[in-house]
Design a protein around this ligand. Structure first.
Ligand code: AHR
Length: 502
C-alpha cells in the first residue's frame, strides 16, 4: 500500500471554477451530427429531429459550451450550404474526412439544438479555404439583429432572434500540414488578426480564439504561438491548445500520467504568450482555450485504410473506452482545473460517437462510455474556487513523462454552499494508495459522499448490453478522523470525495 497526504485550505485558491471548462465539441465528422445528435425518424427524435436520449445524456454530462462545426471539417466548409430550405441545400465532398456532407443539418439547427441542450454555442470560422469576407458574412447572419441582407435571411429562415454567439475560433489547427489551407505562423497570424479586427468592427464584445499548436509535439510548437501572437495579440482573447492521448505499446504507467504533458503544455503556452505580451508592452493577458482534448487512439485511425468512396456519416473514430481511459481523462480534468487561472475555456473532443463519452446507435439506444463519468462528476461538483493543493505522494518513473507522483488531485471549495470536493486519481498501475487529507482549515465538515471509479480490470469497458460495468461506486472505506480524511484509493482509479457543512 502506498501512502500520500495533502492539505485543503480555502485561503489558498487558484481561480474561480470556470464553467466553460466543461465544454465539448460537435463536428461534422462520422456520426457525431448525423445519427448522433440528429436523427429524424429515430423513436426518440423530437419535432426537429434531435435525439431526446442524446440531449438528456448531454445535460447529464453537464456540458456548458459546444464548439461547432469543426475541427478539420471547418477548413473546407461553406456555412451558407447549411441554411435555408433543406431541399435546396447542396451535397458536398468533405475533404477532411473523405465523406459526403448532405448539409441537412447546419448552423440554425445547431443553434436550436444548443438552446435545447442549454449550452453556449462556440463557432469556428473557416480560415483554410476562406477569409475575412466569409467570416463577416457568418457573423452578420448570426449576430446582427435585423435590417441587413444576412440578418433578414436568418429571420426568413426561421430564426428571428439573433443567435448572439460570443465565442469564435479563428480557424482550426492551422499549424497542421493535414489542414486544408495550412499556413505558416506568419501567414495565419496576419489573417487571424485581420479577420478578428474586422469581426470586432461588427461586434466589439466578441471573444476570439487564435489557433495555437495542434499538439505539444508539433515541430513548430512554441515558435508558432509566439509568431501568431506577435500578429494578433491585441485582437484575440485566447490561444488554443489541442491534445490527444493514448496508451502506446501497453505502457499503462505513462498513459495514466498524460496530465504531466498537459501541465507542461499549458505552462509553456502561457509563458510564451506572456513573453510576447511583455515584448509588446501590453497589459493584456491571453488565456488558453483548450478546445480539443481527450483520449484518442489516433494511431489506430492513422493505420486504418482511408475510405475509398465518399460515404455519408460513416463510422469514424468510434473509440470504445475502458477504465484506464476514464482515469486518464480524469487526470486531464484535474490538470485543466488546476490551471483555471489561465485555462478559462476547454472542449472535450467530441460529444457523441466520435471519440466521445456518449454512444448513440442509429435507430437504437444511447449510453455512457467509461469516460462519461469523470467529466459528469467534475462538471456537477466543481464549484466556487479551485484550491491550490500541495501533495506529498510517492512517485514512480514513466517512460514518456519521467518521474510522476502516484497521486494527482485538485479540489474546489464553494464558500457559500459550504461544499468542498476533492478530485483525485491514483496513477499506480498495481498498488492501492492510502490518502490522508488535512481538513482543519475548512472548519467543521461532514463526509457527504465518496465514490471511486475503479475495478480489477483496467481494460474493462461499458457496452450497450452492460452499460454500468464501469461506473462510480461508493467508496465505503472513506471516513473522517478528527480534522483529517482517510481513504484508500484503488490502483488505476478516479475518485470524488465531497465534504459538506455538518
Ligand atoms: O477531433 C478530431 C480532429 O482532431 C479535429 O477535427 C481536428 O481539429 C483534430 O486534429
Amino acid at each position: 500500500m502506498l501512502s500520500a497526504s495533502l492539505t485543503l485550505d480555502p485561503a489558498s485558491t487558484v481561480a474561480p471554477v470556470r464553467r466553460r471548462t466543461f465544454g465539448t465539441f460537435v463536428e461534422h465528422l462520422g456520426r457525431c451530427v448525423y445519427t448522433g445528435i440528429y436523427e429524424p425518424g429515430h423513436p426518440a427524435a423530437d419535432e426537429d429531429g434531435f435525439r431526446r436520449d442524446v440531449l438528456a445524456l448531454a445535460r447529464e454530462l453537464g456540458v456548458t459550451t459546444v464548439r461547432y462545426p469543426g475541427g478539420n471539417f471547418v477548413s473546407g466548409y461553406r456555412w451558407e450550404d447549411g441554411v435555408g430550405p433543406r431541399e435546396r441545400r447542396p451535397r458536398r465532398l468533405d475533404l477532411a474526412w473523405h465523406s459526403t456532407e448532405t448539409n441537412e443539418f447546419g448552423l440554425d439547427e445547431f443553434v436550436a439544438w444548443a438552446r435545447k441542450a442549454g449550452v453556449e454555442p462556440m463557432m469556428a470560422v473557416n480560415l483554410g479555404t476562406r477569409g475575412i469576407a466569409e467570416a463577416l458574412d457568418l457573423l452578420e447572419y448570426c449576430n446582427v439583429e435585423s435590417g441587413t441582407h444576412l440578418s433578414d435571411l436568418r429571420a426568413a429562415n426561421g430564426s428571428k432572434e439573433p443567435h448572439g454567439i460570443r465565442m469564435w475560433c479563428l480557424g482550426n489547427e492551422m499549424d497542421g500540414p493535414w489542414q486544408i489551407g495550412h499556413k505558416t505562423a506568419r501567414e495565419y497570424g496576419r489573417l487571424a488578426a485581420e479577420t478578428g479586427r474586422a469581426m470586432r468592427m461588427v461586434d466589439p464584445g466578441l471573444e476570439l480564439v487564435a489557433c495555437g499548436s495542434s499538439g505539444s509535439g508539433m515541430p513548430t510548437f512554441g515558435a508558432w504561438e509566439a509568431t501568431v501572437l506577435e500578429e494578433a495579440y491585441d485582437v484575440v482573447d485566447f490561444v488554443s491548445c489541442h491534445a490527444y492521448y493514448e496508451e502506446h505499446d501497453g505502457d499503462l504507467a505513462s498513459f495514466l500520467a498524460s496530465a504531466a504533458d498537459m501541465d507542461h503544455f499549458v505552462d509553456a503556452v502561457t509563458a510564451t504568450a506572456d513573453g510576447v505580451g511583455a515584448r509588446l508592452k501590453s497589459k493584456k493577458r491571453i488565456d488558453v482555450s483548450f478546445d480539443e482534448w481527450n483520449v484518442w487512439y489516433l494511431s489506430r485511425f492513422q493505420n486504418a485504410e482511408p475510405p475509398r468512396d465518399w460515404p455519408v456519416a460513416p463510422r469514424l473514430l468510434e473509440d470504445h473506452y475502458n477504465l484506464a481511459d476514464a482515469v486518464t481523462l480524469g487526470g486531464l480534468l484535474i490538470s485543466l482545473l488546476r490551471h483555471s487561472d489561465r485555462v478559462t475555456s476547454a472542449c472535450l473532443a467530441q460529444l457523441v460517437n466520435v471519440i466521445a463519452p456518449i454512444v448513440a446507435e442509429p435507430g437504437g439506444g444511447a449510453w455512457r462510455q467509461t469516460t462519461f463519468h469523470p467529466f459528469a462528476q467534475a462538471s456537477r461538483h466543481a464549484a466556487g474556487d479551485v484550491l491550490r493543493v500541495q501533495l506529498d505522494s510517492p512517485s514512480h518513473e514513466t517512460a514518456r513523462y519521467g518521474t510522476v507522483t502516484a497521486l494527482d488531485a485538485v479540489a474546489t471549495h464553494d464558500a457559500e454552499q459550504g461544499a468542498t470536493t476533492l478530485f483525485a486519481v491514483n496513477r499506480s498501475v498495481d498498488r492501492p494508495l492510502r490518502l490522508t487529507a488535512g481538513l482543519r482549515a475548512l472548519g467543521p465538515v461532514r463526509l457527504a459522499e465518496a465514490t471511486t471509479l475503479s475495478g480489477p480490470d483496467p481494460y474493462a469497458r461499458n457496452t450497450a448490453d452492460a452499460q454500468d460495468t464501469v461506473a462510480p461506486r461508493p467508496n465505503a472505506d472513506a471516513r473522517l478522523d478528527g480534522a483529517a480524511l482517510e481513504v484508500t484509493l484503488p490502483p488505476v482509479s478516479w475518485n470524488v470525495i465531497r465534504l459538506a457543512r455538518p
